[in-house]
Design a protein around this ligand. Structure first.
Ligand code: FAD
Length: 389
Protein backbone atom coordinates (compact mmCIF):
# COMPACT_ATOMS: atom_id res chain seq x y z
CA UNK A 1 0.00 0.00 0.00
CA UNK A 2 1.51 3.32 -1.07
CA UNK A 3 -0.12 6.53 0.19
CA UNK A 4 2.38 8.83 -1.53
CA UNK A 5 1.09 10.92 -4.43
CA UNK A 6 3.21 10.45 -7.53
CA UNK A 7 5.01 13.35 -9.17
CA UNK A 8 2.29 13.86 -11.78
CA UNK A 9 -0.51 14.12 -9.19
CA UNK A 10 1.55 16.57 -7.11
CA UNK A 11 2.03 18.66 -10.22
CA UNK A 12 -1.69 18.52 -11.06
CA UNK A 13 -2.60 19.56 -7.53
CA UNK A 14 -0.33 22.59 -7.68
CA UNK A 15 -1.81 23.56 -11.04
CA UNK A 16 -5.42 23.20 -9.75
CA UNK A 17 -4.59 25.12 -6.58
CA UNK A 18 -2.94 27.99 -8.46
CA UNK A 19 -5.81 28.19 -10.94
CA UNK A 20 -8.45 28.08 -8.19
CA UNK A 21 -6.70 30.77 -6.13
CA UNK A 22 -5.82 33.06 -9.04
CA UNK A 23 -8.87 32.72 -11.32
CA UNK A 24 -11.83 31.24 -9.41
CA UNK A 25 -11.52 32.69 -5.89
CA UNK A 26 -11.57 36.39 -6.93
CA UNK A 27 -14.99 35.92 -8.58
CA UNK A 28 -16.71 33.83 -5.88
CA UNK A 29 -18.22 36.73 -3.96
CA UNK A 30 -19.38 38.51 -7.14
CA UNK A 31 -21.25 35.42 -8.35
CA UNK A 32 -22.99 35.15 -5.01
CA UNK A 33 -24.00 38.83 -5.00
CA UNK A 34 -24.95 39.13 -8.67
CA UNK A 35 -26.53 35.67 -8.86
CA UNK A 36 -24.91 34.86 -12.19
CA UNK A 37 -22.84 31.98 -13.58
CA UNK A 38 -19.03 32.31 -13.94
CA UNK A 39 -18.98 32.19 -17.74
CA UNK A 40 -15.59 33.90 -17.98
CA UNK A 41 -13.84 31.45 -15.64
CA UNK A 42 -15.61 28.43 -17.16
CA UNK A 43 -14.03 29.45 -20.47
CA UNK A 44 -10.59 29.58 -18.82
CA UNK A 45 -11.22 26.24 -17.09
CA UNK A 46 -12.19 24.72 -20.44
CA UNK A 47 -8.93 25.95 -21.97
CA UNK A 48 -7.08 24.15 -19.17
CA UNK A 49 -8.95 20.91 -19.98
CA UNK A 50 -10.88 20.93 -16.68
CA UNK A 51 -14.27 20.25 -18.29
CA UNK A 52 -13.16 16.92 -19.67
CA UNK A 53 -10.69 15.99 -16.94
CA UNK A 54 -11.54 12.27 -16.50
CA UNK A 55 -12.34 11.39 -20.12
CA UNK A 56 -9.96 9.80 -22.65
CA UNK A 57 -8.07 12.11 -24.99
CA UNK A 58 -9.73 10.47 -28.00
CA UNK A 59 -13.03 12.09 -26.89
CA UNK A 60 -11.52 15.48 -26.14
CA UNK A 61 -10.74 14.72 -22.50
CA UNK A 62 -7.57 15.37 -20.49
CA UNK A 63 -7.39 11.79 -19.19
CA UNK A 64 -5.97 12.74 -15.81
CA UNK A 65 -7.54 9.84 -13.90
CA UNK A 66 -10.19 9.95 -11.22
CA UNK A 67 -7.85 10.85 -8.34
CA UNK A 68 -6.60 13.85 -10.32
CA UNK A 69 -10.19 14.78 -11.19
CA UNK A 70 -11.21 14.64 -7.52
CA UNK A 71 -8.24 16.82 -6.59
CA UNK A 72 -9.43 19.35 -9.14
CA UNK A 73 -12.95 19.41 -7.63
CA UNK A 74 -11.43 19.68 -4.14
CA UNK A 75 -9.37 22.75 -5.08
CA UNK A 76 -12.32 24.39 -6.86
CA UNK A 77 -14.68 23.56 -3.97
CA UNK A 78 -12.27 25.15 -1.54
CA UNK A 79 -12.75 28.59 -3.09
CA UNK A 80 -16.12 28.53 -4.90
CA UNK A 81 -18.67 25.75 -4.52
CA UNK A 82 -20.83 27.19 -7.33
CA UNK A 83 -18.05 26.87 -9.90
CA UNK A 84 -17.06 23.45 -8.60
CA UNK A 85 -20.62 22.12 -8.83
CA UNK A 86 -21.20 23.49 -12.35
CA UNK A 87 -18.14 21.55 -13.48
CA UNK A 88 -19.00 18.50 -11.37
CA UNK A 89 -22.52 18.11 -12.79
CA UNK A 90 -21.32 18.87 -16.32
CA UNK A 91 -18.59 16.21 -16.08
CA UNK A 92 -19.51 13.53 -13.55
CA UNK A 93 -23.19 13.30 -14.35
CA UNK A 94 -24.16 14.76 -17.75
CA UNK A 95 -21.09 13.96 -19.89
CA UNK A 96 -20.48 10.76 -17.90
CA UNK A 97 -23.87 9.34 -19.06
CA UNK A 98 -22.71 9.72 -22.66
CA UNK A 99 -19.24 8.37 -21.93
CA UNK A 100 -20.53 5.31 -20.08
CA UNK A 101 -23.50 4.35 -22.24
CA UNK A 102 -23.43 6.45 -25.44
CA UNK A 103 -22.82 4.95 -28.86
CA UNK A 104 -19.49 5.66 -30.57
CA UNK A 105 -21.21 8.24 -32.79
CA UNK A 106 -22.84 9.95 -29.78
CA UNK A 107 -19.46 10.15 -28.07
CA UNK A 108 -17.98 11.87 -31.13
CA UNK A 109 -20.97 14.20 -31.62
CA UNK A 110 -21.90 15.08 -28.02
CA UNK A 111 -19.19 14.00 -25.56
CA UNK A 112 -16.30 15.61 -27.41
CA UNK A 113 -17.66 19.20 -27.34
CA UNK A 114 -18.59 18.70 -23.68
CA UNK A 115 -15.14 17.40 -22.76
CA UNK A 116 -13.50 20.27 -24.62
CA UNK A 117 -15.76 22.67 -22.76
CA UNK A 118 -17.22 24.05 -26.00
CA UNK A 119 -20.65 23.17 -24.60
CA UNK A 120 -22.02 22.74 -21.08
CA UNK A 121 -24.03 19.67 -20.09
CA UNK A 122 -27.04 19.12 -17.84
CA UNK A 123 -28.68 16.06 -16.30
CA UNK A 124 -32.47 16.21 -16.05
CA UNK A 125 -34.12 13.53 -13.95
CA UNK A 126 -36.04 15.15 -11.06
CA UNK A 127 -39.69 16.21 -11.48
CA UNK A 128 -42.22 17.88 -9.19
CA UNK A 129 -43.59 14.47 -8.14
CA UNK A 130 -40.40 12.44 -8.44
CA UNK A 131 -37.31 13.23 -6.36
CA UNK A 132 -35.88 10.31 -4.38
CA UNK A 133 -38.45 8.06 -6.06
CA UNK A 134 -37.03 8.24 -9.57
CA UNK A 135 -39.38 5.55 -10.92
CA UNK A 136 -42.28 7.98 -10.38
CA UNK A 137 -41.24 10.32 -13.22
CA UNK A 138 -44.10 11.28 -15.50
CA UNK A 139 -42.32 12.82 -18.47
CA UNK A 140 -43.22 10.60 -21.40
CA UNK A 141 -41.48 9.82 -24.67
CA UNK A 142 -43.77 8.30 -27.30
CA UNK A 143 -42.43 6.87 -30.55
CA UNK A 144 -43.67 8.46 -33.79
CA UNK A 145 -41.83 7.20 -36.87
CA UNK A 146 -38.14 8.04 -36.54
CA UNK A 147 -38.78 10.35 -33.62
CA UNK A 148 -39.87 10.38 -29.97
CA UNK A 149 -42.30 13.03 -28.71
CA UNK A 150 -41.40 14.24 -25.21
CA UNK A 151 -43.92 15.80 -22.84
CA UNK A 152 -43.39 16.81 -19.21
CA UNK A 153 -41.35 19.03 -16.86
CA UNK A 154 -38.02 18.64 -15.09
CA UNK A 155 -37.16 20.74 -12.03
CA UNK A 156 -34.00 21.98 -10.27
CA UNK A 157 -31.75 21.22 -13.21
CA UNK A 158 -28.20 22.42 -12.51
CA UNK A 159 -26.66 24.29 -15.49
CA UNK A 160 -30.17 24.54 -16.97
CA UNK A 161 -29.67 28.15 -18.07
CA UNK A 162 -26.22 27.68 -19.63
CA UNK A 163 -26.28 24.12 -20.99
CA UNK A 164 -26.57 23.19 -24.65
CA UNK A 165 -26.64 19.40 -24.25
CA UNK A 166 -29.18 17.83 -21.90
CA UNK A 167 -29.46 14.21 -20.82
CA UNK A 168 -33.20 13.85 -20.20
CA UNK A 169 -34.94 10.86 -18.64
CA UNK A 170 -38.46 9.97 -19.79
CA UNK A 171 -40.88 7.08 -19.47
CA UNK A 172 -41.03 4.98 -22.63
CA UNK A 173 -43.07 2.25 -20.88
CA UNK A 174 -45.36 4.27 -18.59
CA UNK A 175 -46.81 1.13 -16.97
CA UNK A 176 -43.36 -0.17 -15.99
CA UNK A 177 -41.49 1.34 -13.02
CA UNK A 178 -38.20 0.76 -14.81
CA UNK A 179 -39.47 1.71 -18.29
CA UNK A 180 -37.24 4.81 -18.38
CA UNK A 181 -35.06 5.85 -21.31
CA UNK A 182 -32.33 8.52 -21.44
CA UNK A 183 -32.39 10.93 -24.41
CA UNK A 184 -29.84 13.46 -25.57
CA UNK A 185 -31.72 16.71 -26.18
CA UNK A 186 -30.13 19.79 -27.70
CA UNK A 187 -30.98 23.25 -26.45
CA UNK A 188 -32.64 24.52 -29.63
CA UNK A 189 -34.95 21.53 -30.14
CA UNK A 190 -38.47 22.85 -30.91
CA UNK A 191 -40.88 22.20 -28.04
CA UNK A 192 -38.12 22.41 -25.44
CA UNK A 193 -37.85 25.52 -23.26
CA UNK A 194 -35.74 26.39 -20.23
CA UNK A 195 -37.47 28.39 -17.47
CA UNK A 196 -35.91 31.10 -15.35
CA UNK A 197 -33.30 30.26 -12.72
CA UNK A 198 -34.59 29.34 -9.25
CA UNK A 199 -34.04 31.62 -6.26
CA UNK A 200 -32.03 29.55 -3.79
CA UNK A 201 -30.51 29.79 -0.32
CA UNK A 202 -27.00 29.48 -1.73
CA UNK A 203 -24.98 28.43 -4.78
CA UNK A 204 -26.04 31.67 -6.44
CA UNK A 205 -23.52 31.15 -9.22
CA UNK A 206 -25.38 28.12 -10.55
CA UNK A 207 -28.32 28.51 -12.89
CA UNK A 208 -30.79 25.89 -11.61
CA UNK A 209 -33.79 25.80 -13.92
CA UNK A 210 -37.08 24.11 -14.76
CA UNK A 211 -37.23 22.45 -18.19
CA UNK A 212 -40.46 22.24 -20.20
CA UNK A 213 -41.10 19.64 -22.90
CA UNK A 214 -44.18 20.36 -24.96
CA UNK A 215 -44.55 17.94 -27.89
CA UNK A 216 -40.77 18.11 -28.20
CA UNK A 217 -39.64 15.89 -31.08
CA UNK A 218 -36.29 14.18 -30.62
CA UNK A 219 -34.75 11.84 -33.24
CA UNK A 220 -34.90 8.17 -32.21
CA UNK A 221 -31.12 8.22 -32.86
CA UNK A 222 -30.83 10.39 -29.71
CA UNK A 223 -31.76 7.53 -27.39
CA UNK A 224 -28.63 7.47 -25.27
CA UNK A 225 -26.85 4.28 -26.25
CA UNK A 226 -29.12 3.63 -29.22
CA UNK A 227 -32.11 1.28 -29.54
CA UNK A 228 -30.50 -1.39 -27.35
CA UNK A 229 -30.64 1.02 -24.39
CA UNK A 230 -34.40 1.59 -24.73
CA UNK A 231 -35.90 1.25 -21.22
CA UNK A 232 -32.38 1.08 -19.72
CA UNK A 233 -32.25 4.71 -18.58
CA UNK A 234 -32.42 3.92 -14.85
CA UNK A 235 -29.18 1.95 -15.10
CA UNK A 236 -27.49 4.85 -16.94
CA UNK A 237 -28.66 7.32 -14.29
CA UNK A 238 -27.49 5.05 -11.46
CA UNK A 239 -24.00 4.65 -12.93
CA UNK A 240 -23.61 8.38 -13.59
CA UNK A 241 -24.89 9.23 -10.12
CA UNK A 242 -22.28 6.92 -8.57
CA UNK A 243 -19.62 9.05 -10.24
CA UNK A 244 -21.55 12.18 -9.31
CA UNK A 245 -21.65 11.22 -5.63
CA UNK A 246 -17.90 10.77 -5.60
CA UNK A 247 -17.65 14.19 -7.27
CA UNK A 248 -19.91 15.84 -4.66
CA UNK A 249 -17.78 14.25 -1.92
CA UNK A 250 -14.65 15.73 -3.49
CA UNK A 251 -16.28 19.18 -3.71
CA UNK A 252 -17.34 18.85 -0.05
CA UNK A 253 -13.78 17.94 0.89
CA UNK A 254 -12.67 21.21 -0.67
CA UNK A 255 -15.41 23.22 1.05
CA UNK A 256 -14.48 21.73 4.43
CA UNK A 257 -10.78 22.45 3.86
CA UNK A 258 -11.56 26.01 2.75
CA UNK A 259 -13.71 26.57 5.83
CA UNK A 260 -10.98 25.20 8.11
CA UNK A 261 -8.35 27.47 6.59
CA UNK A 262 -10.64 30.50 6.93
CA UNK A 263 -11.44 29.59 10.55
CA UNK A 264 -7.79 29.03 11.52
CA UNK A 265 -6.77 32.36 10.03
CA UNK A 266 -9.57 34.19 11.83
CA UNK A 267 -8.79 32.44 15.13
CA UNK A 268 -5.15 33.53 14.94
CA UNK A 269 -6.07 37.16 14.19
CA UNK A 270 -9.11 37.75 16.42
CA UNK A 271 -8.19 38.78 19.94
CA UNK A 272 -10.42 38.48 23.02
CA UNK A 273 -9.45 38.39 26.70
CA UNK A 274 -6.00 39.72 25.87
CA UNK A 275 -4.92 37.29 23.14
CA UNK A 276 -5.91 35.39 19.97
CA UNK A 277 -9.00 33.19 20.37
CA UNK A 278 -6.84 30.38 18.88
CA UNK A 279 -5.35 30.08 22.38
CA UNK A 280 -8.73 28.98 23.77
CA UNK A 281 -9.29 25.25 24.01
CA UNK A 282 -12.87 25.47 22.71
CA UNK A 283 -11.56 26.93 19.44
CA UNK A 284 -8.70 24.40 19.32
CA UNK A 285 -11.29 21.61 19.61
CA UNK A 286 -13.23 23.00 16.61
CA UNK A 287 -9.97 23.04 14.63
CA UNK A 288 -8.82 19.59 15.74
CA UNK A 289 -12.18 17.87 15.16
CA UNK A 290 -12.65 19.49 11.75
CA UNK A 291 -9.10 18.68 10.62
CA UNK A 292 -9.50 15.05 11.73
CA UNK A 293 -12.75 14.61 9.81
CA UNK A 294 -11.24 16.23 6.72
CA UNK A 295 -8.31 13.83 6.83
CA UNK A 296 -10.65 10.82 7.06
CA UNK A 297 -12.78 12.18 4.20
CA UNK A 298 -9.74 12.77 2.01
CA UNK A 299 -8.75 9.09 2.20
CA UNK A 300 -12.32 7.99 1.52
CA UNK A 301 -12.45 10.22 -1.58
CA UNK A 302 -9.05 9.15 -2.93
CA UNK A 303 -9.67 5.47 -2.22
CA UNK A 304 -13.03 5.55 -4.00
CA UNK A 305 -11.42 7.40 -6.92
CA UNK A 306 -8.80 4.66 -7.02
CA UNK A 307 -11.56 2.01 -7.17
CA UNK A 308 -13.01 3.82 -10.20
CA UNK A 309 -9.64 3.80 -11.95
CA UNK A 310 -9.22 0.12 -11.15
CA UNK A 311 -12.56 -0.59 -12.85
CA UNK A 312 -14.00 -1.96 -9.61
CA UNK A 313 -17.57 -1.65 -8.33
CA UNK A 314 -17.89 1.44 -6.12
CA UNK A 315 -21.60 2.14 -5.61
CA UNK A 316 -21.45 1.66 -1.83
CA UNK A 317 -18.23 3.65 -1.46
CA UNK A 318 -19.61 6.50 -3.59
CA UNK A 319 -22.68 6.67 -1.32
CA UNK A 320 -20.35 6.72 1.71
CA UNK A 321 -18.27 9.52 0.21
CA UNK A 322 -21.41 11.56 -0.52
CA UNK A 323 -22.94 10.93 2.92
CA UNK A 324 -19.78 11.48 4.95
CA UNK A 325 -18.53 14.28 2.71
CA UNK A 326 -21.70 16.35 2.98
CA UNK A 327 -21.88 15.79 6.74
CA UNK A 328 -18.20 16.71 7.27
CA UNK A 329 -18.51 19.81 5.10
CA UNK A 330 -21.69 20.97 6.87
CA UNK A 331 -20.11 20.42 10.29
CA UNK A 332 -16.91 22.18 9.18
CA UNK A 333 -18.65 25.35 7.96
CA UNK A 334 -20.83 25.36 11.07
CA UNK A 335 -17.85 25.07 13.46
CA UNK A 336 -15.82 27.61 11.53
CA UNK A 337 -18.72 30.06 11.37
CA UNK A 338 -18.97 29.68 15.17
CA UNK A 339 -15.23 30.38 15.36
CA UNK A 340 -15.86 33.66 13.50
CA UNK A 341 -18.49 34.68 16.10
CA UNK A 342 -20.76 37.51 14.92
CA UNK A 343 -18.44 38.31 12.00
CA UNK A 344 -19.26 34.89 10.57
CA UNK A 345 -22.91 35.86 10.30
CA UNK A 346 -22.09 38.91 8.19
CA UNK A 347 -21.38 39.05 4.48
CA UNK A 348 -17.94 40.50 5.22
CA UNK A 349 -16.45 36.99 5.51
CA UNK A 350 -16.67 34.12 2.96
CA UNK A 351 -17.72 31.65 5.67
CA UNK A 352 -21.28 33.07 5.51
CA UNK A 353 -21.51 32.17 1.80
CA UNK A 354 -19.93 28.77 2.38
CA UNK A 355 -22.50 28.02 5.10
CA UNK A 356 -25.39 28.75 2.70
CA UNK A 357 -23.78 27.04 -0.29
CA UNK A 358 -22.94 23.74 1.36
CA UNK A 359 -26.31 22.94 2.91
CA UNK A 360 -27.72 21.47 -0.30
CA UNK A 361 -24.93 18.89 -0.49
CA UNK A 362 -27.07 16.83 1.91
CA UNK A 363 -29.95 16.92 -0.59
CA UNK A 364 -28.89 16.86 -4.25
CA UNK A 365 -27.64 13.79 -6.12
CA UNK A 366 -29.54 11.77 -3.49
CA UNK A 367 -30.28 12.84 0.08
CA UNK A 368 -28.39 11.63 3.16
CA UNK A 369 -31.25 9.24 3.83
CA UNK A 370 -31.03 7.73 0.35
CA UNK A 371 -27.24 7.31 0.69
CA UNK A 372 -27.81 5.41 3.94
CA UNK A 373 -30.32 3.21 2.12
CA UNK A 374 -27.81 2.46 -0.68
CA UNK A 375 -25.08 1.55 1.82
CA UNK A 376 -27.38 -0.65 3.91
CA UNK A 377 -28.87 -2.29 0.78
CA UNK A 378 -25.38 -3.23 -0.38
CA UNK A 379 -24.36 -4.70 2.98
CA UNK A 380 -27.64 -6.51 3.62
CA UNK A 381 -27.71 -7.68 0.00
CA UNK A 382 -24.57 -9.68 0.71
CA UNK A 383 -26.63 -11.51 3.35
CA UNK A 384 -29.32 -12.25 0.78
CA UNK A 385 -31.70 -9.62 2.18
CA UNK A 386 -33.28 -7.34 -0.43
CA UNK A 387 -34.46 -4.06 1.13
CA UNK A 388 -36.61 -1.34 -0.42
CA UNK A 389 -36.29 2.43 0.02
C1 FAD B 1 -30.05 22.97 -5.76
C2 FAD B 1 -30.50 21.68 -6.33
C3 FAD B 1 -29.94 21.21 -7.50
C4 FAD B 1 -30.38 20.02 -8.07
N1 FAD B 1 -29.88 19.62 -9.27
C5 FAD B 1 -30.46 18.58 -9.93
C6 FAD B 1 -30.07 18.28 -11.27
O1 FAD B 1 -29.17 18.89 -11.85
N2 FAD B 1 -30.74 17.28 -11.91
C7 FAD B 1 -31.74 16.57 -11.32
O2 FAD B 1 -32.30 15.68 -11.95
N3 FAD B 1 -32.11 16.83 -10.02
C8 FAD B 1 -31.50 17.83 -9.34
N4 FAD B 1 -31.88 18.13 -8.05
C9 FAD B 1 -32.90 17.31 -7.40
C10 FAD B 1 -32.37 16.50 -6.24
O3 FAD B 1 -31.61 15.42 -6.69
C11 FAD B 1 -33.57 16.09 -5.38
O4 FAD B 1 -33.99 17.26 -4.70
C12 FAD B 1 -33.25 14.99 -4.38
O5 FAD B 1 -33.01 13.78 -5.05
C13 FAD B 1 -34.37 14.78 -3.37
O6 FAD B 1 -35.63 14.75 -3.96
P1 FAD B 1 -36.79 15.70 -3.38
O7 FAD B 1 -36.23 17.06 -3.23
O8 FAD B 1 -37.98 15.53 -4.25
O9 FAD B 1 -37.08 15.15 -1.94
P2 FAD B 1 -38.03 13.92 -1.55
O10 FAD B 1 -37.66 12.71 -2.33
O11 FAD B 1 -39.45 14.35 -1.59
O12 FAD B 1 -37.61 13.67 -0.03
C14 FAD B 1 -38.04 14.52 1.03
C15 FAD B 1 -37.45 13.96 2.32
O13 FAD B 1 -37.92 12.61 2.52
C16 FAD B 1 -36.79 11.75 2.64
N5 FAD B 1 -37.09 10.47 2.00
C17 FAD B 1 -37.66 10.24 0.77
N6 FAD B 1 -37.75 8.93 0.52
C18 FAD B 1 -37.21 8.31 1.60
C19 FAD B 1 -37.00 6.94 1.96
N7 FAD B 1 -37.34 5.93 1.15
N8 FAD B 1 -36.44 6.66 3.16
C20 FAD B 1 -36.07 7.66 4.01
N9 FAD B 1 -36.24 8.98 3.72
C21 FAD B 1 -36.79 9.28 2.55
C22 FAD B 1 -35.65 12.45 1.90
O14 FAD B 1 -34.39 11.97 2.32
C23 FAD B 1 -35.92 13.89 2.29
O15 FAD B 1 -35.41 14.13 3.57
C24 FAD B 1 -31.41 19.28 -7.43
C25 FAD B 1 -31.95 19.74 -6.23
C26 FAD B 1 -31.51 20.93 -5.68
C27 FAD B 1 -32.13 21.41 -4.40
Amino acid sequence: MDFALDEELRMFRKMFRDFAQNEIAPLAETLDKEERPPLETLKLAAEQGFLGAPFPEEYGGSEIGTIGYCMMLEELGKVCMSTAMIIEVHTSVAAMCIYLDGTEEQKRTYLEPLALGEKIGSFALTEPGAGSDVAAIQTTAVRDGDEYILNGNKIWVINGGIAETFVVFAKTEPEEAQGITAFIVEKDTPGFTVGRSEKMMGLHGIPVATLFFDDCRVPAANILGGAEKLNQGSATATKALDHGRLGVGAVCLGVAQGALEAGVQFACEREQFGGPIALKQAIQNFIADTATEIEALRYLVYHTAWLVDQGQKYTKEAAMVKLFGSEVANRAVNCMLQTHGGYGYTKDYPIERMYRDVRVSRIFEGTDEIQRFIIAADILGEKGLKIRP
